[in-house]
Design a binder for this molecule. Sequence first.
Ligand code: NAD
Length: 372
Amino acid sequence: MVGGGPGAFIGDVHRKAIRIDGLAVLVAGTFSRDTEKSKLFGTQLGLSEDRLYTDFETMAREEAKREDGIQFVVCVTPNVSHFAICKAFLSEGISVVCDKPLTWTIEESEELVSLTKKNDLLFGVTYTYTGYPAVKQMRQMVSSGALGKITFVNAEYPQDWLALPVDENNKLAPWRIDPKTSGISNCLGDIGSHIENMVATVTTLEIDSVLARLDSIVSGRTLDDNAAVMVEYKGGAKGLYWSSQIAFGNDNGLRIRVYGEKGGLEWKQEDPDHFSFTPCDAPQQKWSRGRDEFHESAQQYSRIPAGHPEGLYETFANIYRSFIQALGKKISGETLTTADYDFPTVEMGLRGVVFINKCVQSSKKGSVWVKF
Ligand SMILES: NC(=O)c1ccc[n+]([C@@H]2O[C@H](COP(=O)([O-])OP(=O)(O)OC[C@H]3O[C@@H](n4cnc5c(N)ncnc54)[C@H](O)[C@@H]3O)[C@@H](O)[C@H]2O)c1
């Protein structure tokens, strides 16, 4: 693991999620840029000292040389360093799981896509929420035609944790609102990216063009804390996305509604075990993970009976399970099928970065339509 040091947010979630299925073990790391901190932390995690590295470059090089070297690395640092870290490990022939958004620029993400292919490796991007069984079931229902041709998508991700100026004691906020560490966008990159990937996963719609308005509502901010995006998909469907960090009363309110010619779906990540399906000719149905029969492609990710809520750790674990099983097959020389790639891939990471860049471009030009 690179990143995820003491007090870090998502690295700890990754570690716990990986342990749920026990398919991989953490054996090496550079958890912080502060070597002493990193080593102390790694020792507390039970890692042996010779696999606690001063920096990610050394770690990539040394691990690649070992016979028992790591089979994949997890990159959970702020966005600024994703590209360099992923590139270092891919170049040494080591597969990667990286958190989103994948990189700052489209060119960087394209380079990671081609390095992954060239070195015949696997690359997962942790768009967390797509691991839920309910999301997989909605994806299956859309692809099997239960909604007919998709006509309109409405998705939002409101939060309120940055609605006030950032307190200097806040550990998570400063790098996100600083262009030097966050990149060209804050809110859209941090959570609008989840919307883009969720819609792409459930509907497989491809974006043709976007018209975006990114605002910095809290005064003094350079980067956006609220973003509205209109979307045109290839094939004619339309979409409307809203992401916000200033919407009082909202924690992690990711919600997606998909409408087609024969029905509609709605799902909220704060109630991830349920979604509603309304056919055009029948009353609304509430589907429940664990109680209602899901398609096998979704059911396989349900871990406990209905009414015992599954959550963030489980959805992360589902992404890891698919990734690690696929990697296991690859390492043992088996050919991977499309079904094996049931995790967000590096190509999806690239699409997310294209989305962020095109939206920023649109907003800067005065909210004009920008083609993909
Ligand atoms: N998938 C999700 O739902 C989700 C949720 C939160 C964050 N994220 C993403 O995860 C990443 C990390 O976010 P966070 O909130 O955990 O950040 P954080 O600031 O809490 O943690 C970052 C950690 O990386 C370490 N670090 C920074 N540079 C390093 C380097 N060069 N080498 C080694 N360690 C280094 C820091 O010391 C810190 O421990 C971001 O890209 C963010 O967008 C994703």
